[in-house]
Design a protein around this ligand. Structure first.
Ligand SMILES: [Mn+2]
Length: 451
């Protein structure tokens, strides 16, 4: 098991592990302020250090101190996994979903410009894997080129920086826009006073806490530099187990507390998550949903981060912005008759933006053959209207209860009536694997017979 539990496409929490998966995350619209003095979130003055450097010689002590102050605003995002597909989407929906995941990058660029960001960091898993098509790579690079500011890409566990890496492909190298940088182990000086400390994945099974190892390498931060760590993987306070690659939150907090680093921009977990108690260690979450809402609680966001550092005095402002448009919803309902079917109809009807919503439905209970036929006809219609409507694996276990009189009411005779009775016996048996198929066949038979 690698440290990247949360981006496994179909990861379901193990029994008793539910409490680990969707850790508390802030409401999307809440602005998180931890500033000593609130930082104005608009455009960051282009070069306050430059401006102060140019100030006349009679500057006061306060001005002299300010000459060492640095402020930066940037956008933190991760886990785009461009090229990802979901098996439950048909061709149309899959196409729309892929396009949405690209369009969300365009919205990230817009958010970045709106908040006055100087750059965008993508904390790993930019691409789904090494096999993404050249077309996907080229289209992604075009969108990145249009962001209008530097974009730093970190190789994560899906897009490791190994010899077969996407980043070494001809399509990537030929198409790489000037504003796009693939991060390596080397620290990056964005500009005076602003530094990135990246911890890329060189292979899929690191044997150490890469992020804290890179922080150790970066050493003491004596120069009043704003240091932004860019890392990927599971943290030990959320992911259970003893994987040596798990990132120690305690070590991160020490680095933050001591002033060695100012912010840790993490990727791998698809829900936006404030890690630990410092308010300076975050997962941005995926920019667009990748899994159902009982697993991913807050995907579809990016974080606008403003950091200010002036000697001992440090300020931070972290604000989530919604960029995702799709949602994957898990719904379970007990169906015990016509009223419950109508309630479900009303609930599904009320969902906004159906072409961008995938519903996973777990129905339990018991219905008559006639009710089941109504339910199936209703779900058929919704299947056309939602991006997808799929049964929720083992949870979906509706029992069809029927009697001889149900079969008689279909008005069938001869072989057809015998077949209906046979199907009824199978549909009623809880143990039979063919029960769901028998149930569907009965409902279809009823719909055909009562037309
Ligand atoms: Mn990952």
């Amino acid at each position: 098991m690698t440290a990247s539990l949360f981006d496994l496409p179909e990861f379901e929490p193990l029994p008793g592990m539910e409490s680990f998966a969707p850790a508390p995350s802030p409401p999307a619209k809440t602005r998180r302020r931890r500033s000593i003095v609130p930082v104005t979130s608009g455009a960051v003055p282009d070069h306050e250090s430059g401006a102060v450097d140019a100030a006349p010689a009679e500057t006061s002590n306060a001005d002299a101190a300010a000459s060492h102050a640095h402020t930066v605003t940037f956008v933190h995002t991760a886990d785009w996994q461009i090229g990802m597909t979901r098996h439950y989407l048909d061709a149309d929906a899959a196409h729309a979903y892929a396009a949405a995941r690209r369009d969300a990058i365009t919205r990230i660029g817009a958010v970045a410009r709106e908040v006055g960001a100087e750059f965008i960091v993508v904390s790993g898993d930019v691409f789904e894997d090494h096999r993404v098509s050249d077309k996907t790579i080229r289209q992604t690079l075009d969108v990145l080129g249009d962001c209008g500011m530097p974009v730093y890409l970190l190789p994560g566990n899906h897009d490791t920086a190994d010899p077969a890496s996407v980043y070494r492909s001809r399509a990537f190298i030929d198409g790489q826009p000037a504003n796009v940088t693939v991060l390596t182990d080397s620290a990056v000086r964005v500009r005076e006073g602003i530094e990135l400390v990246p911890a890329p994945w060189a292979n899929k099974h690191p044997l150490t806490d890469l992020v804290n190892a890179r922080i150790d390498c970066a050493g003491v931060n004596s120069g009043n530099v704003i240091r932004i760590v860019v890392g990927h993987g599971g943290v030990d306070t959320i992911v259970p187990g003893d994987d040596p690659a798990l990132i120690s939150v305690q070590a991160l907090e020490r680095a933050v507390e001591s002033g060695q680093v100012d912010y840790v921009a993490l990727g791998d977990r698809h829900s936006v998550t404030d890690v630990g108690g410092s308010g300076r260690i975050w997962y941005s979450g995926a920019h667009e949903v990748t899994n159902f809402d009982h697993i991913e609680t807050e995907p579809g966001h990016v974080l606008a981060v403003t950091l200010r550092r002036e000697g001992e005095r440090r300020e931070i402002d972290v604000a989530p912005h919604r960029v995702g448009e799709w949602s994957f919803r898990s719904i379970t309902r007990d169906i015990a008759g016509a009223d419950d079917i109508e309630a479900l109809r009303a609930e599904l009807e009320a969902v906004d933006g159906k072409p961008h919503v995938v519903v996973q439905l777990g129905l339990v209970g018991a219905v008559t053959i006639a009710e089941y036929a109504v339910l199936e006809e209703m779900l058929d219609q919704f299947r056309d209207r939602f991006a997808a409507l799929v049964p929720w694996g083992k949870i979906d276990q509706l029992t069809v209860v029927g009697t001889e009189s149900d079969v008689e009411s279909m008005g069938l005779t001869g072989y057809a009536a015998d077949a209906a009775r046979e199907l009824l016996a199978v549909a009623d048996s809880e143990a039979d694997d063919a029960a769901p198929t028998a149930r569907d066949a009965l409902a279809l038979l009823r719909r055909l017979a009562t037309r």
